[in-house]
Write a protein that binds this ligand. Sequence first.
Ligand SMILES: [Cu+2]
Length: 152
Amino acid sequence: MSIKRWLSLTAVVVAMLALATACSSSDDKEPTATATAASAQPQTVTVTATEFGIESSMTEFHVGTPYHFVVTNSGQAPHEVMLMQPMETGMMSMTEMDKMAVAVVEEDDLGAGQTYEFDLTFDHPYAAGELEFACHIPGHYESGMHTAVTVQ
Ligand SMILES: [Cu+2]
């Protein structure tokens, strides 16, 4: 093989490699750009805790949709907001409850007037009766601090 031919072959290989790199990097970028466009603007959900109730701007959620929860305690007493299966306070320990909860805003983060924000994307559905916002500070749940939600 002549040097000239070898050089031109090399040039072709280099060009192909460059092309392949360009292709794969644009392949890499496209899904990311799409994902970013879809997830860049999570839906904001406003949750308000008071004595004694939990109000949510949304109670019907969708699997795979990113949500940004803004939880505010508009009451005078500290509250917590847990997103978990319905159960009466005291049926299990707080540690066990925290473990099974989908999301927990601790009492320490939700004093009177405090706001706590978190992001959540549901990875599976919850039928009616399977999930709710709840405050399990003794006496609060029984006083009305629970709001049912569904995830489709
Ligand atoms: Cu409470």
